[in-house]
Write a protein that binds this ligand. Structure first.
Ligand SMILES: [Zn+2]
Length: 339
């Protein structure tokens, strides 16, 4: 099969690799209907994280091609979606809704899903079948559910977005934009999106943003305060993972409010005194996307949400390198790879 491999920073290739096989009785093999490039893949592309001949990708939708002898809930021919952590969905941590921290979890990025086929561990716990085979136009939205929608959704839940709340969203990448959509679906009254790019601002508005703030850092915080009678937002989503973004999120939150942080943290250090004086709740980390998949799939299936709009560039798998380049240069929000 063909698979994307990152040889080193900035060096993405598609090469021929052996087809995956069932290794455990709880595995399934899926044939991907599409795959995608994640903002978090860029950390390695830019050399911020080490990379050496790494198979890439952790987002996937596809059709089950083979199952191990102990797999019960999905069968050959099912169209399925899973998250970037494979999880058993039965341990105490999973049952509490934190499947990203499953005691048996497997990180899909170590297996790679920017490929024609993929082995999915813990298939019963990990994969959720759609109600039927989707129309082609639903594929991008279902693909978004595999990570960025589920992650944005968790961020909005962690930030306690809901009726009567003002929600601010730091980050205008796919996760931030879908955090806007999630906040709207959860009933937020007002949604402030930080963005300085016209195309991303337009998508944020389409997803439910009521206000756009172009300033960043302290100036951005001041603008949120102006918009909220000097108080700050009730709920703030942090979807970047840098020091500036995290502090912008904390300082944009009113006392007693909540920050949901899902940007993969890189050298973020929160000063204790700033945290102490902020009087806020902080919750986040890798999102338990699996927890939300059944609900998100249904919303997409019923055509109530269209998160697939975050994919603004579609390329065949063989041109993955161009996709990485486009996301790195921010000429694309998110890239769908077709097979
Ligand atoms: Zn578990």
């Amino acid at each position: 099969m063909r698979q994307v491999v990152m040889y080193g920073p900035g060096d993405v290739r598609v090469e021929q690799r052996d087809d995956p096989r069932i290794l455990e009785n709880t595995d399934a093999i899926i044939r991907l209907a599409a795959t995608s490039i994640c903002g978090s893949d860029l950390w390695r592309y830019r050399g911020t994280e080490p990379v050496d001949h790494q198979v890439m990708g952790h987002e996937y939708v596809g059709v089950v091609e083979e199952v191990g002898s102990e797999v019960r809930t999905v069968k050959v021919g099912d169209f399925v979606i899973g998250s970037f952590w494979a999880s058993d969905n039965t341990c105490d941590i999973c049952r509490a809704g934190y499947q990203a921290y499953c005691v048996h979890r497997v990180l899909m990025g170590t297996i790679g899903t920017q490929s024609e086929l993929a082995r999915i561990p813990l298939a019963d716990g990990t994969l959720v079948a759609t109600p039927g085979h989707p129309d082609a136009q639903l594929i991008p939205s279902l693909m978004a559910a595999s990570d960025v929608l589920g992650t944005g959704w968790f961020a909005a839940v962690a930030a306690e977005a809901g009726p009567g709340k003002t929600v601010a969203v730091v980050g205008d990448g796919a996760v931030g934009l879908l955090g806007v959509l999630a906040a709207r679906e959860l009933g937020a009254e007002r949604i402030i999106a930080f963005s300085r790019h016209a195309d991303r601002q337009a998508l944020a508005r389409e997803f439910g943003a009521t206000d756009i703030v172009e300033e960043r850092g302290d100036a951005g915080v001041a603008r949120v305060k102006e918009l909220t009678d000097g108080l700050g937002a009730h709920s703030v989503i942090e979807a970047v993972g840098t020091q500036e973004a995290m502090m912008q999120a904390i300082h944009s939150t009113r006392p007693g409010g909540h920050v949901g942080f899902v940007g993969v943290s890189h050298d973020v250090a929160i000063p204790g005194d700033a945290l102490f004086m902020a009087g806020i709740h902080l919750h986040g980390g890798p999102a338990p996307v699996r927890e939300y998949l059944p609900e998100l799939i249904q919303l997409i299936w019923d055509r109530r949400i269209d998160p697939g709009k975050v994919f603004d560039l579609t390329l065949p798998l063989d041109r993955a390198a161009e996709g990485y380049q486009a996301m790195d240069q921010r000429t694309a929000i998110k890239v769908l790879l077709t097979l």
